[in-house]
Design a protein around this ligand. Structure first.
Ligand SMILES: [Zn+2]
Ligand SMILES: [Zn+2]
Length: 248
């Protein structure tokens, strides 16, 4: 039964909501799931023009359709990658809290950030595949942040989210410690598919952060080698300057 307005006001007085990023007390009219104004102001979308394939911000003006230098030299195996937000400010803190501290109290704030995202480019995907964690890492963390994000991105398509097809078969060293070329080598052979569960058609691979694209490329290659026709990548956030990225 919903609380009466009086009880709701009393509850806010006794248990005032906090910003999940900086723990600052929120004003009376702001729901607990939202960020404080200062943290909210640090949230930014990627600024077009974007690389047609990998979604990287490109310098200068101009219409879409252009490619970044890396996609020109080494086209990715996926059709496209898109990220909803820049990996900076409150977004980076929310991701780190979920990923490294298994703090699921940040999920309502993340849900609010992605609630109005235009995911029309992924409507034709037949299945949604979160990037898997190696079993040992999953056991340590107790959650897979990519799977939680997939559920936030596609609340109406829970039945299409497939967590048991793509597997991480090698517990690779943290990508944070490696450069771009090493990251790709690090992930060679890191993924495999479970043959008992066949996927086909176009697959949307979901992850938390896109940095160099090494993880996205490795997942896409594995899926394409096993009967999938096309792969699109969707991440919550993207590092604007990959060289300075702290995540994969
Ligand atoms: Zn805050
Ligand atoms: Zn690109």
């Amino acid at each position: 039964m919903p609380l009466s307005p009086f009880l709701a006001a009393l509850s806010r007085l006794l248990f005032p909501p906090f910003c999940p990023v900086c723990r600052e007390r929120l004003g009376g009219g702001i729901a607990a799931a939202l960020l404080c104004p200062r943290c909210q102001s640090s949230v930014a979308c990627l600024r077009p023009p974007l690389c047609r394939l990998c979604g990287m911000e490109l310098a200068g003006e101009g219409a879409g359709g252009r490619l970044c230098g890396e996609c020109l030299v080494c086209p990715p195996p996926f059709l496209m990658a898109r990220s909803l937000l820049r990996y900076e400010g409150a977004v980076a803190l929310l991701v780190r809290r979920l990923k490294y501290h298994s703090d699921t109290s940040v999920l309502p704030a993340m849900a609010a950030l992605v609630a109005n995202a235009d995911l029309g480019a992924f409507a034709d995907c037949d299945a949604i595949v979160p990037v898997p964690l190696h079993l040992s890492r999953y056991r340590r963390r107790g959650l897979n942040q990519a799977a939680l994000l997939a559920a936030l991105f596609f609340p109406q398509r829970q039945q299409d989210i497939c967590c048991d097809h793509l597997r991480r078969v090698r517990d690779t060293p943290p990508q944070t410690t490696l450069g771009g070329r090493q990251r790709r080598g690090n992930l060679a052979g890191a993924f495999a598919v479970t043959e008992a569960r066949r996927l086909s058609g176009c697959i949307c691979v979901v992850d938390d952060v896109y940095t160099t694209g090494a993880t996205a490329r490795a997942c896409a290659t594995t899926l394409l080698d096993h009967g999938v026709a096309a792969v699109k990548i969707l991440t919550l956030a993207r590092v604007a300057a990959p060289g300075r990225g702290r995540l994969r």
